[in-house]
Design a protein around this ligand. Structure first.
Ligand code: FAD
Length: 409
């Protein structure tokens, strides 16, 4: 049997798994493809869940990567509402929650991540949410209305996007952050301060440097968050947005190497030649930075879906991409290229007061990362500079009167 005839089983029908199935067919894979999905609906985009979709500006159909008919038309055996519970690599077989065992020639693990839940009193009260799935977003939306107050534990991008969406729906939002600033894990101080001030001006409240002790409630529904100093922050609902953890247990139990996720190479291969892993569940190489990391983003999931599909059908491996990501809050479009690893200096281009600027992270005279707010040329050219490892003149880069084209010439 050639690789093109192989039965490919994909665990996880999310952005990565759904894309891999479609790419395999696009690249001429003729063998059986089975796509196992825990959720009841076909693969969909998660980014709108905290943004347009939560605000009611996008319908459920627009979330889907492909319409349901696509899978039957492409002879992809899509099994929704079904979980893979065990992987037996020696038998090349996966056991499903239905009790069925499916054999594979090639397995792609694309099980993504799940939100971290706080192990505190009151975590099971009604109105306490996390956000990963369309069902989660539906439940949060039902709790957002004028006069309602949402407490958001964790000032990361998802929390801030939900705060902006809550305000758009007329609800109140208060962000509770353990660190002294929001976005502490992911953004530089200048950007953190800019987003804090932008949200404050739109009515979002912040409690920074606070520790959440427990959630309090009445009749099984949350009514507030108790902080470690004893204060109660009243609320009608809570979003816990404190990060996510890879769904890699099935791989760990099967003896595949895992770190923060399943360890893969630049073809999305594990050490087992029959097993690939893609998307948020992986611990993947970042060739531009000579290290392993997962940016937990759609572009990374798409890149790895392509790497796996190419390897399976025998196409050359695609060139490594610069990681990138985005966030939409109010009228702000933040675009991020690269990762600020090893940067020794931060350079501001433009004026945050005008809500149009970029923060460049430099290592010597090379750009490692750029965070661009309403500044697409800075994002695009910054991404190109990272890809080419081209040195820049920091004085020119910091001067917005010099075009990015000239800076990169
Ligand atoms: P997922 O899309 O999570 O898919 C994994 C699927 O596998 C899930 O359906 C899960 O239920 C299923 N599964 C898990 N275990 C099993 C099992 N044992 N058997 C069968 N199925 C299983 N990224 C950006 O780049 N930009 C953004 O603006 C952005 N915004 C986001 C906003 C929100 C609210 C969220 C939640 C994420 C956002 N992301 C964003 C991240 C992005 O959505 C993820 O990086 C991307 O979805 C990763 O794709 P994936 O296929 O690896 O994982």
């Amino acid at each position: 049997m050639s690789q093109l005839d192989a039965h490919v089983v994909i665990l996880g029908a999310g952005h990565a798994g759904g894309t891999a199935a479609a790419l395999l067919r696009q690249y001429g894979h003729t063998g059986k493809i089975t796509l196992i999905g825990e959720e009841p609906i076909p693969p969909y985009q998660r980014p709108p869940l905290s943004k347009a979709w939560l605000k009611g500006e996008a319908d459920a159909d627009s979330l889907a990567l492909k319409p349901l008919e696509f899978y039957a038309e492409q002879d992809i055996d899509f099994r929704p509402g079904c979980t893979a519970v065990k992987l037996a690599r020696s038998d090349r077989a996966v056991t499903l929650s239905t009790g069925e065992t499916i054999g594979y020639d090639i397995l792609i693990i694309a099980t993504g991540m799940r939100p971290i839940r706080l192990p505190i009193e009151g975590a099971d009260l009604g109105g306490v949410h996390t956000l990963r799935t369309a069902a989660d977003a539906e439940a949060i939306k039902a709790d957002l209305a004028p006069g309602k107050r949402l407490a958001i534990v964790g000032g990361g991008y998802i929390g801030l996007e939900v705060a902006a969406s809550a305000r758009a729906l007329g609800a109140e939002a208060v962000v509770l952050e353990r660190e002294p600033r929001i976005l502490a894990r992911s953004a530089c101080e200048a950007l953190s301060n800019f987003f804090r001030d932008y949200h404050l001006a739109r009515g979002v409240q912040f409690e920074l440097g606070c520790a959440v002790a427990r959630f309090v409630g009445e009749n099984g529904h949350v009514t507030g968050v108790e902080l470690a100093d004893g204060r109660i922050v009243p609320c009608d609902a809570i979003l816990v947005g404190v990060g996510a953890t890879p769904n890699d247990e099935i791989a760990r139990d099967a003896g595949l190497e895992c770190a923060r996720g399943i360890v893969v190479d630049l073809e999305a291969r594990t050490a087992d030649p029959s097993v690939f892993a893609i998307g948020d569940v992986t611990h993947r190489p970042m060739p531009h930075y000579d290290r392993m990391f997962n940016p937990e983003s759609v572009p990374s999931a798409l890149e790895q879906a392509k790497q796996a599909a190419c390897a399976i059908v025998g196409r050359p491996a695609p060139a490594p991409e610069v990681p990138w990501n985005w966030s939409d809050q109010y009228d702000l479009k933040l675009q991020i290229a690269g990762l600020p690893f090893d940067a020794d200096r931060i350079l501001l281009r433009g004026d945050p007061a005008g809500a149009k600027f970029a923060v460049f992270h430099l290592k010597g005279d090379q750009v490692q990362a750029v965070e661009a707010v309403n500044a697409p040329p800075e994002f695009m050219m910054g991404k190109m500079l990272i890809a080419n490892r081209k040195p820049v003149d920091p004085a020119k880069l910091a001067d917005p009167s010099i075009s990015m084209k000239e800076v990169t010439a």
